[in-house]
Design a protein around this ligand. Structure first.
Ligand SMILES: Cc1cc2nc3c(=O)[nH]c(=O)nc-3n(C[C@H](O)[C@H](O)[C@H](O)COP(=O)(O)OP(=O)(O)OC[C@H]3O[C@@H](n4cnc5c(N)ncnc54)[C@H](O)[C@@H]3O)c2cc1C
Length: 453
């Protein structure tokens, strides 16, 4: 079977790997010169270095991503820095540290021992998680995270210190708008899973190198077909009928469209109109997007921070938008000439209303002030601000997400925005790619069986 995959992000490449495992001949078309999509390496002329388009973290709960890396023969222990969940505010006012105990005691003891929350706040935190677990991690479909927190009697202080940053990091959507059910899914997989599920994993290499670029070398044991990746090829034309699909004029047996939602919409709307097709396109068009900004600072000299990941207190009124500070210098495989710090700003809509230089100056000031207990921050010699305008879809309640099987024959769809039950994260992208590939395999065998009948 000859399959085209449009998009060389984590979803498209995950589909490509699974299709190859099923013996398909696969051609991946990627518009950019670099594989990885929204999780990729970019060259920063300002810094004179390769950096990622945004700081990413993975979780121990990303089982499909880790399985995929294993399948590719990659050693995730070497490629990923792993640490137990450790939420620590830069100014020292809050910390929550998972212990080396079996689940759920690892997290229970972390909450009991959390610094910065009163005893009653810690008890309510345990109670709300236990209640969610009893409800089998289900919340009403239309509930927002803020409504769920109010129902669970969480204090404004606990929300500000713990829940708001966690929800923004996981869903890139503020608690007032975020879907409680999607948040519950993240909590289920991380806090409700085995001990290692809540571990934080950070790549020691750039995100393209982590596994997307390794797909090129992948030769599955039972492979039958050929494999080609065409970078720098933006697909413009897509047609399909009952017997084949055509991608830029070349015929294939099936296609996986794995662009982001707007790019996928542009391609699918070229296909023959139908009622179910229109419904599918409407679901895609209804998705809204929220930006994420990452500010990378190049320092004059090393500045050792006690943890790779520190929580910052943001204050948008003063343009202090920083939410998380990352110092990966101790475990990155290739060290940059000068130390780099990453500051992450989820839901960067507020930031985009201001002048960049003013925001950058304010965020640097914010980091200096909140990290003052670690000694004076060395001089910032250069900086780069990357704003990914369509970083993720807005994870709002009752969202209708398109399934991987499209209404058009031989056309499958993958992407973090498809109906995975996860928010827009790497694991969702990988799962969607696998689902599309398995769908093609299942559909083909069904067609073969009915042909025999
Ligand atoms: C700044 C930032 C920080 C993030 N942080 C995290 C995090 O910490 N943890 C986490 O789990 N997730 C995080 N995410 C989300 C994560 O990056 C995405 O969920 C994931 O990368 C989406 O992968 P995808 O393959 O579904 O889509 P994409 O990565 O968007 O891939 C689509 C690909 O299709 C290509 N394409 C589109 N149209 C065409 C065409 N016509 N022809 C050929 N190619 C085409 C595009 O160039 C792109 O490479 C973050 C995202 C951003 C932007």
């Amino acid at each position: 079977m000859n399959v085209a995959v449009i998009g060389g992000g984590w979803a498209g490449l995950s589909a490509a790997v699974r299709l190859r495992q099923n013996g398909c001949t696969v051609t991946v078309f990627e518009a950019s010169r670099t594989l990885g999509g929204r999780a990729r390496r970019v060259q920063s002329p300002t810094l004179g270095a390769s950096i990622d388009n945004g700081q990413h973290i993975l979780l121990g709960a990303y089982t499909e991503t880790l399985a995929l890396m294993q399948e590719l023969g990659l050693d995730s222990q070497t490629l990923l820095h792993r640490e137990r969940l450790h939420l620590q505010s830069a100014d020292g006012s809050f910390s929550l540290h998972a212990r080396a105990l079996p689940a759920p005691l690892n997290l229970l003891s972390a909450i009991i021992g959390a610094r910065g929350l009163s005893i009653s706040e810690r008890l309510r935190l345990i109670t709300i998680i236990q209640a969610l677990k009893r409800q089998k991690w289900k919340t009403p479909p239309s509930q927002t995270v803020v409504q769920w927190l109010a129902q669970g009697r969480q204090s404004a202080h606990a929300i500000q210190l713990f829940w708001q940053p966690l929800c923004l990091a996981a869903l890139n959507t503020p608690i007032q708008q975020a879907c409680a059910q999607l948040f519950a899914r993240v909590l289920q997989d991380s806090l409700g899973g085995p001990k290692a599920a809540s571990d934080v994993l950070i790549s020691r290499v750039d995100l393209s190198q982590l596994w997307p670029e390794q797909v090129v070398r992948y030769t599955p044991a039972k492979t039958a077909g050929q494999f080609e990746i065409r970078c720098g090829h933006a697909v413009r034309q897509l047609t399909c009928d009952a017997s084949q699909v055509e991608v830029d004029g070349k015929a294939y047996d099936a296609v996986v469209v794995a662009g982001n939602a707007p790019a996928t919409h542009r391609l699918l709307r070229q296909l023959s109109p139908s009622e179910s097709g229109a419904r599918y396109l409407n679901m895609l068009a209804a998705l809204e997007y929220i930006p994420i900004a990452t500010l990378t600072l190049q320092l004059k000299s090393a500045w050792r921070l006690p943890h790779a990941m520190l929580l910052l207190k943001d204050n948008p009124a003063k343009l202090q938008f920083g939410q998380w500070l990352f110092d990966c210098s101790t475990f990155m495989q290739s060290q940059a000439a000068s130390p780099l710090l990453n500051i992450v700003i989820s839901d960067a809509r507020g930031l985009m209303e201001h002048e960049e230089t003013a925001v950058i100056a304010a965020v640097i000031k914010q980091v200096q002030a909140q990290c003052s207990r670690f000694g004076a921050m060395p001089e910032v010699v250069k900086h780069e601000l990357i704003i990914e305008k369509r970083a993720t879809f807005a994870a709002t309640p009752s969202l209708q997400r398109p399934p991987n099987r499209s209404p058009w024959p031989r056309v499958w769809v993958a992407g973090d925005w498809t109906d995975t039950g996860y928010p827009a994260v790497l694991e969702a992208a990988v799962r969607s790619g696998k689902a599309a590939a398995l769908g093609i395999a299942g559909h083909t065998s069904q067609v073969a069986i009915s042909a025999k009948d």
